[in-house]
Design a protein around this ligand. Structure first.
Ligand code: PEP
Ligand code: MG
Length: 889
């Protein structure tokens, strides 16, 4: 008897049932059936033409890993039970010589992971079955095409024999037969290829190709489970916050054959343009082809509209299905279909991946079409993807003057300018050095993902809008021009020719991902304007629903202005030390560090004070009356002194000190563990003059700006870093208050100001009630708080964290995504304790996590007043804050 546990929250019955027919599931069962499985079930329920089959649940995948990477007997038996059910439904039999059942085996995780998981088609074929199929169908070409494809895919996906061996054999066969394309090969050619493939298989693996369909099936299912843990999947999961524990489902589905002949075909389509969001069917298809052909760029596919001419009735039916699906899911759909001898089959539908530009347009259009609410529209957009809209565009004037040397398919918008590289490895190598590269490939494959990340743009010779390069580039927000067939590529020798000109590694190239134009020159880029059109409307809507404030971390008026243009409602962190690194100031600052007496130090600080005042005035001006939080000097002083002999000598000379003395100062500043050393408020405890100088600069700047803008509400927020003990905060605060009150009194004007603290040491969280007696506000410095809570250095953790990811000890970088269980608990405690003493005190966050959507949701939940992030993440934070509010209503 199967144990059934009702799980109301999930909306389905969780049980030890590991396999579901498509007729047993529905669209809400994503967690259990994965996205693909749930949607296949949903389409079946909608009465759409879906080749029937079953889904092996994500729980079976988790069990596979729990059982030491093996499928246990109970699950195997259940799968075979479902094969029998499938045989009854289809009237075909697995491995049968009379009426053989062939299946596809495809992965399908809860969240779609394009290009991450692999597909096997035509499973169930062997030497005898293919003979029967060839004879019975009267279409031997089809039978042997299926067979050679199956051997190819099984070898590559399941047994991990590289694709290249088989591609070489196909190319050799095409050359021998004097044909260009696979579909021009005859039945005999394909039969021979299948034999060659099997020989290659044996050659590579030292064993025969498996002929038992059952063995093939279990090997394929295992391969899908295994692929959940391949390096590509792991990278994708980390980039997209997908937990490892989710696992992937496996879909076993009866084959529909798009390679039966000229009345068959296969394709992919979107109900709206995934690059621009334009309403209207968009897609590609290939006649007499199977599955991967369209996306793999084997032949250049035809636009979907051409189907109307070739198979008008199927086209009309397909349009109907598209409408049904979009109306049903109330979102843009990305579909895969096959036509088997004029009969349409739907193989997949999902909410389509899209560029940020498309996402905001589709969201706005769906509101206007009355299809979704404002809240739903906001929830539809991936906040992180907005980053794409902030990417630079070509300078229109320079673009006008430039002359395109060729044109490909505009596959992913954006502007790329850089030097040519031919391999993903080269892209990584150059990209890591900060060099701008354009990756040029025949076509891309999942192994290229890392290199694609480091590229400004991607150019491929083959493939269309839905090729791997196009789909992945759009997901990354990287510019991509695909299918530039004019290029004659020689990947091996890292060279290509285009209209008679030869291009080598290191030559320059610019790509326009919005037009597909290719330029043999570097075209300058300019920043994008994020405040117009759909973007502006989405941001306005985000502001309507969010309750969290969004501030920015900005140290210069330039950054502050940029952030204000992106909608920042204040500065949450100005790291004042950054102002001292300027070459015109570092001298005075070093003078301060090397002073022998308080008088000397005060004299040096007096030189810095007006510079600081000017900086702060610039910040207040840029924010136009919004709050500005100024954090007092934080890093250990050794960061400011020279290390180079020549610089040390120059410093000694400029200050009238001996080299030996300067070296002694530098030596004295040395600490074994500077991040836990003489920094933060500890500097102000030992050098109160620094805090006094900074206070004077802040207050004088505020008074000056206030006098120029009487209607602005200027209330400077002075923030003391690294507090761990209320008495040290009080010590520094007393200096600030005394100095500020003197400056205000001397000015004859009035000014309100606040003194608060960063909360970035666990002890500050534990004693937050005591600290709130003095602090007028809290701001969580989660960079340090994460460092101190985990006890590992934010500067060094990068060296060993990859091993932790590899061993699944951590699934994400705790410095990028807030550790809500540990660090988050401390934050929540601090907010509660702080507000118990000072009700309603404002609490923010200004660590890196302030711009990360999942961390922002946590900040919303614990009642923070605002998040503060770098200027370019302000729009992301605004949307993420709105999504957090909607989700947690
Ligand atoms: C922090 O620690 O989170 C913080 C914002 O301060 P800094 O990064 O300057 O240490
Ligand atoms: Mg800090």
């Amino acid at each position: 008897m199967k144990l059934i546990i009702r799980n109301r929250e999930r909306g389905y019955e969780m049980s030890h049932k590991y396999v579901y027919l498509f007729t047993e599931g529905n669209g809400k069962m994503r967690e259990l059936l994965g996205g693909k499985g749930a949607n296949l079930a949903e389409m079946t329920n909608l009465g759409l033409p879906v080749p029937q089959g079953f889904t092996i649940t994500t729980e079976a995948c988790t069990k596979y890993y729990e059982d030491g990477r093996s499928i246990n007997d109970e699950i195997k038996a259940e799968i075979m039970e479902y094969i029998t059910k499938m045989e009854a439904i289809t009237g075909k039999k697995f491995g049968d010589l009379e009426n053989p059942l062939l299946v596809s085996v495809r992965s399908g995780a809860r969240a779609s992971m394009p290009g991450m998981m692999d597909t096997i088609l035509n499973l169930g074929l062997n030497e005898q079955v293919v003979e029967v199929m060839a004879a019975k169908s009267g279409n031997p070409r089809w039978a042997y095409d299926c067979y050679r494809r199956f051997i190819q895919m099984f070898s590559d996906v399941v047994m991990e024999v590289g694709k290249k061996y088989f591609e070489k054999l196909i190319d050799a066969m095409k050359e021998r037969k004097g044909v260009h394309f696979d579909n021009e090969l005859t039945a005999e050619d394909l039969k021979e290829l299948a034999e060659q493939f099997k020989a290659e298989y044996k050659n590579q693996l030292g064993e025969d190709f498996p002929s038992d369909p059952k063995e093939q099936l279990f090997k394929a299912i295992e391969a899908v489970f295994r692929s959940w843990d391949n390096p590509r999947a792991n990278i994708y999961r980390m980039d997209h916050d997908i937990p490892y524990s989710w696992g992937t489902a496996v879909n076993v589905q009866m084959m529909a054959f798009g390679n039966l002949g000229d009345t068959s075909g296969t394709g992919v389509a979107f109900t709206r343009n995934p690059a621009t969001g334009e309403k209207g069917l968009m897609g590609e298809f290939l006649m007499n082809a199977q599955g991967e052909d369209v996306v793999a760029g084997v032949r250049t596919p035809m636009p979907i509209a051409q189907m109307q001419e070739i198979l008008p009735e199927v086209y009309t039916q397909f349009l109907d299905v598209c409408n049904t699906l979009e109306n049903h899911y109330r979102d843009m759909q990305d579909m895969e279909f096959t036509i088997e001898d004029k009969k349409l089959y739907m193989l997949q539908t999902r909410n389509g991946k899209r560029t940020a530009a498309a996402a905001i347009k589709i969201a706005c259009d769906l509101i206007d079409e009355g299809m979704i609410s404002e809240e739903e529209a906001l929830m539809q957009i991936d906040a992180k993807s907005l980053d794409m809209l902030l990417h630079p565009q070509f300078d229109p004037a320079a673009l006008k003057k430039a002359e395109a040397v060729s044109k490909g398919i505009a596959a992913s918008p954006g502007a790329a300018a850089g030097t040519i590289v031919f391999t993903a490895e080269d892209a990584v190598e150059h990209g890591k050095k900060g060099e701008k590269v354009v990756l040029v490939r025949l076509e891309t494959s999942p192994e290229d993902i890392e290199g694609m990340k480091y590229s400004q743009g991607i150019l491929t010779v083959r493939g269309g809008q839905t090729s791997h390069a196009a789909v992945v580039a759009r997901g990354m927000g990287t510019c991509c021009v695909s299918g530039c067939g004019d290029i004659k590529m020689d990947e091996e020798n890292k060279v290509f020719t285009l209209h008679g000109k030869t291009y080598h590694e290191g030559d320059v190239l610019s790509l326009d991902g919005s037009t597909g134009n290719i330029y043999a020159e570097l075209i300058p880029t300019i920043p994008a304007d994020p405040n117009s059109g759909y973007f502006g409307r989405i941001m306005e809507l985000a502001d309507k629903y969010k309750t969290l404030g969004v501030r920015t971390n900005a140290d210069t008026p330039k950054d502050a202005k940029q952030a204000a243009a992106f909608g920042a409602q204040g500065i949450g962190l100005c790291r004042t030390e950054h102002m001292f690194f300027d070459p015109s100031r570092i001298g005075a600052f070093r003078e301060m560090i090397c002073s022998e007496t308080v008088e000397e130090r005060e004299a040096a600080l007096a030189k810095i004070e007006p510079m600081q005042q000017a900086d702060f005035e610039g910040l207040f001006e840029a924010l136009g009356g919004y709050p500005v939080t100024i954090r007092f000097l934080d890093p250990p002083l050794h960061e400011f002194v020279p290390t180079d002999e020549a610089d040390i000598a120059a410093l000694a000379a400029s200050q009238g000190k001996t080299v030996a003395y300067i070296k002694q100062v530098i030596n004295d500043l040395h600490e074994f563990n500077p991040m836990m050393g003489h920094r933060g408020c500890r500097l102000a405890v030992t050098y109160p003059e620094i805090a006094a100088m900074q206070t004077k600069a802040v207050i004088k700047a505020a008074l000056a700006v206030k006098s120029r803008h009487a209607d602005w509400n200027i209330v400077p927020e002075i923030m003391i870093p690294l507090t761990g003990e209320v008495k040290e905060l009080k010590f520094v605060k007393d200096i600030v208050v005394k100095t500020a009150d003197e400056v205000i009194a001397a000015s004859g004007a009035s000014l309100k100001y606040e003194v608060g603290t960063m909360v970035e040491i666990p002890r500050a969280c534990l004693t937050a009630d005591a600290i709130a007696e003095e602090a007028e506000f809290f701001c969580f410095g989660t960079n340090d708080l994460t460092q101190m809570t985990f006890g590992f250095s934010r500067d060094d953790a990068g060296k060993f964290l990859p091993a932790y990811y590899g061993s699944k000890i951590y699934e994400s970088d705790p410095f990028a995504r807030l550790d809500t269980t540990g660090v988050g608990q401390l934050m929540e405690m601090a907010v509660t304790k702080g507000r118990s003493v000072r009700p309603g005190m404002h609490c923010g966050i200004c660590g890196e996590h302030g711009g990360d959507p999942s961390s922002i949701e946590f900040c919303h939940k614990i009642g923070l007043s605002y998040v503060s992030c770098s200027p370019y993440r302000v729009p992301i934070a605004r949307l993420a804050a709105a999504q957090a509010a909607i989700k947690n209503k």
